[in-house]
Ligand binder design. Structure first.
Ligand code: PAF
Length: 276
């Protein structure tokens, strides 16, 4: 595996076609490696990027303390059979005077993460558009764990006509259901024991749906589970349409439950398909 840090080096190292691309912010876990494995299976050449993107962090968020370990990430990617790692500095991605933003507007970004983290999806869309233009992939891989991000990227690709396929890859979980996230390292042992409450709330919604309950009743079941862990302060728990992300009052195929909120030391997010 080669590591490059500038756009010029990247251009020289890229093949003309057949590129599968996995954009990341590093501090890799098995969830990222599932994206890499899928990219490895489906593309002759796999590029991974590691870039902690300042544009997608709000004031007071964790940009400066976001976990970083390039040497460890390089070893994991090398072992996973990655061909090329792009690990640029901030000045390479956003040279002095950089003034362009890419914004997906409308309900897809107005609700949920978009409401709690103003500007977040604009930061994501801007960096992903810039990375797509630099890497020119045929396919790009995103985790379903950030389900809203996956839909925002799909919409941007569709609207701007990027010639690539966006592939969503199922969430990887710990044995007790906690979705893997680089931010899980912030969890104290005590909070770590309570963190699966997000997944348990999603499961309660799915079980209520399977048991023939309506959306409102299913949501109540999920809220009951969250209420059992007062250290978790929910930002939202919702049942939404899988493509528009608008709240549902009746089940539709593929209905998705979304949850996010804060423990004292970290904000966590999760989602699940709750109606087949
Ligand atoms: O999901 C992430 O790690 C980031 O939001 C992404 C897609 C790499 C953009 O910075």
């Amino acid at each position: 595996m080669r590591t490059v840090s500038t756009a010029a080096e990247l251009r020289q190292a890229l093949p003309r076609e057949g590129v599968g691309f996995v954009p990341t912010m590093g501090y890799l876990h098995r969830g990222h490696l599932a994206l890499v494995e899928r990219a490895r299976r489906e593309n002759p050449f796999v590029v991974v990027s590691i870039f902690v993107n300042p544009l997608q962090f709000g004031p007071g968020e964790d940009y400066h303390r976001y976990p970083r370990d390039l040497a460890r990430d390089q070893a994991l990617l090398e072992a996973a059979g990655v061909d090329l790692l792009f690990a640029p500095a901030v000045e390479e991605m956003y040279p002095k005077g950089f003034a362009t933003k890419v914004a997906v507007e409308g309900p897809l970004t107005a609700l949920w993460e978009g409401a709690v983290r103003p500007g977040h999806f604009q930061g994501v869309a801007t960096v992903v558009a810039r990375l797509f233009l630099l890497v020119r992939p045929q396919r790009a891989y995103f985790g379903e764990k950030d389900y809203q991000q996956l839909l925002v990227v799909r919409k941007m690709v569709q609207d701007l006509g990027f010639p690539l396929e966006v592939v969503g890859v199922p969430t990887v979980r710990e044995e007790d259901g906690l979705a893997l996230s680089s931010r899980n390292v912030y969890l104290s042992p005590e909070t770590r024991g309570k963190a699966p409450v997000l997944y348990r709330a999603l499961l309660a919604i799915r079980e209520a749906a399977q048991g023939g309950r309506g959306v409102a009743e299913a949501l109540e079941a999920g809220e009951g589970v969250l209420a059992g862990v007062p250290e978790f302060r929910p930002d939202y728990l919702a049942v939404v349409h899988p493509e528009t992300l608008l709240p549902l009052s009746r089940w539709v195929p593929g209905a998705r439950a979304l949850v996010a909120g804060r423990f004292p030391e970290v904000r966590l997010i999760d989602n699940l398909e709750v109606y087949p």
